[in-house]
Design a protein around this ligand. Structure first.
Ligand code: TRP
Length: 451
């Protein structure tokens, strides 16, 4: 068996696209995107987000995949192989930490979604006022901690056996179902009274918000998060890619699918939200989809089944993402420290659970964690802010410098053009990686740090 076969590789081009799209599509699209559109001022945020996706994130996605496939290693090893004798492996190490950090709060929210499968099916969702249910439920510390543990255990169980077969198969069945269900829900939401105000909010830019730099930094953080960039997930997934498959084509598919699902989620949430009298998207925070969607389900015949199906698909979408988050630290311990897969999975899962507990308790269960002294936000929000808005963009800047200058555009292009793959716009790609990506991300990051 060659070393490539021993590490495993995707079964086909479609297999890679589904797995990478499975990583990308998750809570970030359906929970995070509408929440941040709401906090960031509607259509202006959407426009800035799209610019970030196509000008900054798509080139970085290709760069991460190229680094992974050229080195056939997970992030720390990848940079050691490509740039021996340098300290660039630190960028990979940042990704390993980010994997644990992001998963720690992601698992809590995925746990909420799991509970909402039950709340929908049992009819609780449409009989109790949605805001009250959400507030009471998330303040239940033992319950939300237990649910996060279930999510982590499911994630660990899948990785325990290795990934490919499971991820590829799960994604293949789940993605089309999620897409179809979102289209049905959007169709219903758009016919609710008040829906047009939601559409206007979502699609008609408010010029007074155009130059708010916070919107740019949040949009970029959200785009990085949604595409699973900036922490080496895509380096790891790229390392399982076959040389015969075009990186550019694969990356384009992932970007288009991920963005389409996020935009679609907005067409469900905003029309449904604005059909509620007095709805204010900015003040809903993390609870946005959990408080708005029950109203939508309540307005539909068989709504509790639609609700249960929706939250179940969301749990599955979240699981294909949690797998990819846990896989980065796990692959690191296996590749660089010679741990067995089982030991690595057990250790990283336990560590993540310890860090997840304060996030689970920060939504009303513990007053101090719910409103951190001096910060005015809860522990979960702080985690989301630190990892999405700082760590991932920092990883992105460093990666574009690694690929643009240290490893070099020419080496990267050799990988992108492997086995005669077509790479239209190669010079444009190189320019974006060398100049636009580091300058734009670095500038925004600096602005965010300076406050
Ligand atoms: N992209 C996923 C989502 O939108 C979450 C995710 C998975 C992620 N892997 C990641 C985010 C790596 C950042 C980095 O839900």
């Amino acid at each position: 068996m060659s070393s490539t076969e021993a590490r495993g590789s995707w079964g086909s081009r479609v297999g890679f696209i589904l797995a990478a799209a499975g990583s990308a599509i998750g809570l970030g699209n359906i929970w995070g995107f509408p929440t941040r559109v709401g906090q960031g001022g509607g259509a202006v945020f959407v426009l800035v987000y799209l610019a970030c996706v196509f000008l900054v994130c798509a080139p970085i996605l290709m760069a991460e995949l190229a680094v992974g496939r050229a080195s056939r290693r997970s992030p720390v090893g990848a940079l050691r192989v490509l740039l021996p004798g340098t300290r660039w492996w630190v960028v990979g190490a940042l990704g390993v930490l980010a994997g644990v950090g992001i998963l720690s709060f992601y698992a809590v929210i995925a746990g909420w979604t799991l509970a909402y499968v039950y709340f929908s099916a049992s009819g609780t969702l449409t009989s109790v006022p949605a805001g009250e249910l959400f507030a009471r439920f998330t303040a239940n510390g033992p319950l939300t901690t237990g649910l996060a543990l279930i999510i982590l255990a499911l994630t660990a169980a899948i990785l325990w056996k290795g990934v490919q077969g499971g991820i590829e198969r799960a994604s293949r069945a789940m993605m089309p179902a999620l897409f179809v269900l979102l289209v049905v829900l959007a169709a219903r939401a758009l016919t609710l009274p008040g829906a047009s105000a939601g559409i206007a909010y979502y699609l008609r830019p408010d010029p007074s918000k155009l130059l708010d730099p916070r919107i740019v930094s949040t949009a970029l953080g959200q785009a990085f998060f949604s595409l699973s960039l900036g922490m080496g997930t895509m380096i790891t997934y790229g390392s399982y890619m076959r040389r015969a498959d075009s990186i550019a084509v694969g990356a384009l598919w992932v970007v288009v699918l991920d963005t389409a699902i996020a935009l679609l989620a907005g067409f469900v949430v905003f029309p449904a939200g604005f059909s509620i009298p007095g709805f204010d998207p900015a003040s809903s925070g993390t609870g946005l989809i959990f408080t708005v969607l029950p109203r939508l389900f309540g307005s539909m015949p068989g709504g509790h089944l639609f609700g249960a199906a929706f939250f179940l698909l969301l749990v599955l979408a979240a699981l294909t993402s949690t797998i990819s988050l846990l896989e980065v630290p796990v692959a690191y311990l296996i590749d660089e420290h010679g741990w067995t897969r089982h030991r690595a999975v057990a250790a990283v899962t336990a560590l993540t659970f310890v860090l997840a507990t304060p996030s689970a308790l920060s939504n009303g269960a513990s007053a101090a964690l719910t409103r951190l002294p001096g910060l005015g936000m809860g522990f979960l929000d702080l985690m989301a802010h630190l990892w999405n808005d700082f760590a991932l963009p920092l990883g992105g800047v460093l990666l574009s410098v690694v690929v643009g200058y240290a490893w070099g555009i020419d080496c990267a292009l050799d990988e992108l053009r492997a086995e005669g793959a077509r790479m239209p716009g190669a010079r444009l790609w190189g320019g974006l990686i060398r100049y636009l990506c580091p300058v734009a991300i670095g500038g925004i990051l600096l602005g965010a740090v300076l406050g």
